[in-house]
Design a protein around this ligand. Structure first.
Ligand code: XLS
Ligand code: NI
Ligand code: NI
Length: 449
């Protein structure tokens, strides 16, 4: 397989080299071929990483306070819009290949230039997706998911599916139809529907229309799913919760709200309707990522994960690279226990201050190593069944008694009342042992030598 080498000339293929001297740009934990103890699977299988076109290649250092970037991205120069679009694809694939990342994700206009008409945009998408197909063929890198940018263009400022304009609704839906076709053509595994402007800033503007607006949400979602079926797209349609930003409140706020919306829309029963979750979005909703993942799994609706990290001290979607192992250990425990068929999609961006050619590589290498450590730690905890021993053996042991089983199997009101009289108001309980669990997790993270 030919190594692409044009846009990042100072960076080569990143090796796995745990013995390299400190500060070297190498993987120290992510050895893709390593079979993780007790799982029978390799790190590459347990961590199906994907890179993204928007932050990864289009990110130029802008933040919410700046109109101007801090990094010059050479692939944005030197030709007409289509040439530049192809250069973006080339740069993305070069970066992924050098990192050993097997998948990518994109919005329609991250890579293809938007045209002056819908027809022109579609032609551009055809040309750019032909180029992507060639790159996929040459490198073996596949498409994790495609999606539409329904938040950047001014026409979307008042929403798309739930917006004020039927013309915008139609335009946005037609774009989704096209992008579904392109995703199918590129053998994309899934399709994402986020919709950052489906929400509100001013409650008074929506008050009297709420029911109508939510009906449009459902109708739009059903049209997306029906179209996917009609063209034989076999991947999941994944709705992505995010509580706020850019809107003050977005309708798909968190997992449970989104599940409710999908159920109202009659979409929850469809097998290929799933959720795409993101760590930073969970944080914006005031929730743990692991909690969100757990709720999606409980509903049988976990599709895929956007891997990044939020910052408690900053109130917006900072999309930092994953770097805190402890945040990911419970997530990985869930994925190992219940299985995972999505990707870990690096929806993460460089800081405005980071301007070196190597910085995107540091971003990804650190994130990949972080997930690798979390995977190994979670596998060890799971293999020792240590949490089960605490929860089953101590915390929930009452449910293993005859009375526990009787209650769990369904018990009538007379028996409940009799039992309540019999056991009385003073009932012996085990310790919640939170401190012990915290200590135990530390033991796995930092084994004493
Ligand atoms: C923005 C979202 C977006 C989706 C895809 O916050 O995370 O990047 O993942 O549109
Ligand atoms: Ni995302
Ligand atoms: Ni996000």
């Amino acid at each position: 397989m030919k190594l692409l080498n044009k846009w990042f000339p100072t960076v080569g293929q990143i090796p796995f080299d745990p013995a390299a001297k400190k500060g070297s740009l190498v993987f120290r934990h992510f050895n893709p071929k390593k079979v993780v103890f007790g799982t029978g699977k390799t790190l590459a299988e347990l961590c199906p990483f994907a890179g993204v076109a928007w932050h990864g290649i289009r990110g130029d250092g802008k933040d919410p306070f700046s109109g101007t970037g801090t990094r010059s991205t050479p692939w944005e120069k030197g030709g007409d819009a289509i040439t530049i679009g192809k250069q973006r694809c080339d740069a993305l694939f070069e970066m992924l290949q050098k990192l050993g990342i097997g998948h990518y994700s994109w919005h329609n206009y991250d890579l293809a230039p938007e045209g002056a008409t819908l027809e022109e945009s579609h032609i551009n998408l055809d040309i750019i997706s032909d180029h992507l197909a060639e790159l996929q063929e040459a490198t073996g890198i596949g498409l994790a998911w495609g999606t539409c940018d329904h938040f950047s263009h001014p026409r979307y400022r008042l929403g798309v599916a739930t917006g004020v304009s039927p013309e915008v609704y139609a335009y946005g839906l037609a774009e989704v139809y096209k992008m579904l076709e392109i995703t199918k053509k590129l053998k994309g595994r899934n399709f994402v529907a986020w919709g950052g402007r489906e929400g509100l800033r001013q409650i008074m503007s929506i008050l009297m229309r709420m029911k109508f607006v939510l009906e449009r949400y459902g109708q739009f979602g059903r049209s997306v799913c029906d179209y996917a079926d009609s063209i034989g797209f076999e991947g999941n349609i994944m709705f992505e919760p995010k509580k706020r930003e850019p809107m003050k409140v977005q309708y798909q706020s968190d997992v449970q709200t989104t599940l409710w919306l999908l159920s109202q829309a009659g979409l929850l029963g469809r097998k290929n309707v799933k959720l795409n979750l993101e760590e930073n979005h969970a944080g914006l909703a005031g929730l743990d990522f692991a909690f969100e993942v757990m709720m999606a799994i409980a509903a049988g609706k976990l599709g895929s994960l956007d891997a990044n990290e939020g910052d408690k001290l900053i109130g917006w979607d900072v999309d930092e690279g994953s770097h805190t192992v402890i945040r990911l250990v419970p997530v990985m425990l869930l994925l190992l226990e219940y299985g995972f068929d999505g990707n870990l999609v690096f929806d993460m961006k460089l800081r405005r201050e980071s301007t070196d050619e190597k910085d995107p590589f540091w971003l990804h290498v650190t994130a990949m190593d972080t997930w690798a450590i979390a995977t190994k730690v979670a596998a060890q905890i799971r293999n020792d069944r240590i949490l089960d021993r605490i929860t089953e053996g101590t915390l929930y042991a009452g449910w293993n008694t005859d009375f526990g089983k009787q209650v769990a199997n369904g018990i009538n009101s007379d028996d409940i009342i009799n039992a309540a009289h019999k056991y009385g108001p003073t009932i012996q309980l085990p310790s919640g042992c939170e401190e012990c669990i915290n200590g135990l997790v530390n033991e796995y993270l930092h084994p004493a030598n």
